[in-house]
Design a protein around this ligand. Structure first.
Ligand code: GAR
Length: 187
């Protein structure tokens, strides 16, 4: 069967990465490769344990953001993916990459609220009683591309940062795979 191909970019724990692989790999799509910019990322073991290839591109070894992005784009293109999924990829990309790939990103807030880093903490500490997550197209504007899907949650009166983070993660694990499948079916 000719499954659509996806590449996943990640930087950290890789819970979304593992969730996508477990739910979709060789069923709805083929995860042809994963790429991380952090050699110590815990997600590396998770991908390897599932038999999925991991390419480590340590951004600290590149002389500039552009030099890293040239290599990143080349690596992504080598897989010829139908879709690129940013799942906790914590690095700002230049238009060299964003203008030349078809990519989505998961962000732990109800965009346009709380763009950028530490979105979970910002959202938890804010007066807004609702938190949530967004899946959006990647554009040259950080966390600014068109929103594809969102899920929200209400903060409970005794909410801790840990419980809030867990709820966010659960929503991400529900929404991201479903959204990937929908996009791949439409393409
Ligand atoms: C996720 O919460 C994701 O939304 C966030 O990083 C976390 C990665 O977790 N991404 C961003 O904040 C992007 N701006 P994971 O490594 O366990 O999947």
């Amino acid at each position: 069967m000719n499954l659509p191909k996806i590449v996943i970019l990640f930087s950290g724990a890789g819970t979304n990465l593992l969730n996508i692989i477990e739910k979709l790999h060789l069923k709805e799509c083929e995860v042809v490769g994963t790429i991380t910019n952090r050699p110590e990322a815990l997600g590396i073991k998770k991908a390897v344990s599932q038999g999925v290839e991991v390419e480590v591109l340590d951004h600290t070894l590149y002389e500039s953001r552009e030099a890293f992005d040239v290599k990143l784009l080349k690596t992504i293109n080598s897989y010829k993916p139908d879709l690129v999924v940013l799942a906790g990829f914590m690095r700002i990309l230049t238009p060299l990459v964003t203008d030349n790939i078809r990519a989505i990103n998961v962000h732990p807030s109800l965009l346009p609220l709380f763009k950028g880093g530490n979105a979970i903490v910002k959202s938890y500490e804010s007066e807004v009683q609702e938190g949530g997550i967004s899946v959006h197209w990647v554009s040259s504007e950080l966390d600014g591309g068109e929103v594809i899907a969102q899920k929200s949650l209400k903060k409970s009166p005794d909410e801790t940062l840990e419980s809030f983070t867990q709820k966010i993660r659960t929503l991400e694990h529900e929404l991201l795979p479903v959204t990937i499948v929908e996009i791949l079916k439409e393409s």
